[in-house]
Design a protein around this ligand. Structure first.
Ligand code: SAH
Length: 222
């Protein structure tokens, strides 16, 4: 991935805070070197407003406007670990672009990244950042992604960064054989992160990973 110099020119202090974040993620159990490297390479401070930028490398979620948040680095790392495979990573769908941080991480690990967002100003901000960072393998779209993006299916991996109360059928149908879906599910206050692997045409295996707290998946575009 190429990151333009002005994004990297944030001084040694920031480099050190970034290294501390990587250290912390390791302590929290993130093991995959590809994921740790993607996080190390991706400047999180450009995805949040300037007033909060000094907190960019804390392991915490932060507000991005419109009642939404940038996910906590730990959860971004964990979910990314859960959808990348041993083999070649090809095509991924993300539901809930938000500010685009998770998308940027995915763009270093997958050949093609499809991402959908229902709030127009958030998607526009994300698009601008992808262009500034010269991330050319991302296809962003303003749409309700609750039922995925059928015309671009099947996907080797699907990641949802907003929580529906139940797993949408459409997402299961859009997984390639061997494909992985990682999604927070449940009502606010009692969500669990689920990983579903499509083992064959008809066989899906679900594993519940840990308790999580995500914004709800909503319908419609605004
Ligand atoms: N991926 C982001 C997380 C953004 S928060 C990150 O890296 O930090 C989740 C996002 O999901 C919000 O921006 C919200 O608007 C969006 N969202 C919620 N329901 C959606 C839906 N049905 N379709 C598309 N996006 C949705």
């Amino acid at each position: 991935m190429s990151i333009k110099a002005h994004h990297v020119g944030i001084g040694m202090t920031s480099q050190r805070t970034r290294e501390r974040l990587i250290q912390r993620l390791k302590e929290e159990g993130i093991r995959d070197p590809r994921v740790l490297e993607a996080i190390r390479q991706t400047p999180r401070h450009i995805f949040i407003e300037e007033a909060l930028a000094s907190r960019a490398y804390e392991d915490t979620a932060l507000p991005i406007g419109h009642g939404q948040t940038i996910s906590q680095p730990y959860i971004v790392a964990r979910m990314t670990e859960l959808i990348i495979d041993e083999g070649a990573c090809q095509c991924v769908l993300e539901i809930g672009t938000g500010c685009g941080y998770q998308t940027a991480i995915l763009s270093t690990l997958f050949d093609k990244v499809n991402t959908v967002e229902r709030i127009k100003p958030l998607l526009e901000g994300a698009r601008r950042r992808f262009a500034e960072m010269s991330l050319r393998n991302i296809r962003p779209r303003l749409t309700d992604g609750g039922e995925g993006w059928p015309s671009h299916a099947p996907f080797d991996a699907i990641i949802a960064t907003a929580a529906p109360e139940e797993i949408p059928e459409g997402l299961l149908a859009q997984l390639a054989i061997g494909g992985r879906l990682v999604i927070p599910v449940g009502k606010e206050g009692s969500q669990v992160l689920a990983r579903i692997v499509r083992e064959s045409e008809t066989r899906y295996v679900r594993e519940d990973i840990e308790k999580v707290s995500f914004v709800p998946m909503l319908s419609g575009v605004k």
